[in-house]
Design a binder for this molecule. Structure first.
Ligand code: BTN
Length: 259
């Protein structure tokens, strides 16, 4: 496959110090991983974005759809070697917090995080994150952080469920470049907090902006509809839910929110 690469930069930023724009690619995560496995070196903080993805991937088993040119679909290259494999969820906390903070600043204070790594506005999904880590020994060697954000798309397939875009929220077209700058800036800041050990602050932000925290929420659990109260997340990434006074931890796909 031949790619027409357009390389750019957000000067002064760590995340976004190099930006490669592809007109069309299968998936920016897959493209970045292929380049890495061919030993193409990237500076940490490199962003690869695509105007169009032909096989965008969501969380395992899901696809990610975006109208060509309308939305942001990109991947960030990071080397979080300061994290152990058992600490992977901290990267998720940092990325979610950085993305959420950028969207609160630019779009709406009502943007929140839905465990483990969706971003919502008014119970509608506006952004999804797919982090793929490569481990080496007892460290994270590198991570490909894929982000899909609905910016200027206004119609969505019905089977996608509750989704929205920035244009649907603000009723105006939004600059993808300005948004990418704010996101890179904010994720860079969160990543720096991770690197320097300010994990408590990041977790505080994540929990303060977590959808349905400390509220009664309906879930599908083992094929049954149940009501519980979200009490937080543990460091392995499990969602902590209280049922009848007992707190239990659940992994991704073990519980599904009923929105
Ligand atoms: C999800 O919510 O299921 C995660 C969606 C992640 C989508 C982004 S778009 C850019 C990057 N490339 C991909 O193929 N997926 C991620």
């Amino acid at each position: 496959m031949s790619y027409q690469l357009q390389s750019n930069t957000f000067s002064g930023l760590f995340v976004g110090q190099k930006i490669i724009t592809l007109p069309s690619v299968d998936s920016t995560n897959d493209f970045m991983k292929e380049q890495l496995s061919n030993s193409t070196p990237f500076p940490e903080g490199t962003v690869i974005m695509a105007e169009r993805q032909t096989a965008g991937r969501g969380q395992p088993g899901n696809k990610w759809y975006a109208d060509p040119g309308a939305n942001l679909t990109f991947s960030i290259y990071l080397e979080p070697r300061f994290l152990k494999p058992s600490e992977q969820f901290w990267l998720n906390i940092g990325i979610c917090s950085g993305l959420c903070a950028a969207l609160q600043k630019t779009v709406s204070e009502s943007i929140i995080i839905k465990w483990p790594n969706d971003i919502l506005f008014d119970r509608n999904k506006i952004s999804g994150i797919l982090i793929e880590n490569v481990l080496q020994g007892d460290k994270l060697k590198h991570s490909v952080v894929g982000i899909g954000l609905n910016v200027n798309q206004t119609t969505f397939a019905e089977d996608l469920g509750r989704v929205t875009s920035i244009k649907q929220i603000l009723h105006q077209t939004y600059s993808k470049e300005k948004l990418l700058y704010e996101i890179c800036h904010s994720i860079g800041r969160a990543y720096d907090q991770l690197r320097t050990g300010s994990w408590k602050e990041l977790k505080k932000f994540y929990l303060e902006n977590l959808f349905a925290a400390n509220q009664s929420q309906d879930f599908w659990l083992k094929g049954k509809k149940v009501s519980g109260t979200i009490r937080g997340v543990d460091t392995s990434g499990q969602l902590l839910v209280e049922f009848n006074g007992q707190v239990e931890g659940f992994g991704f796909k073990e519980v599904a929110f009923i929105l």
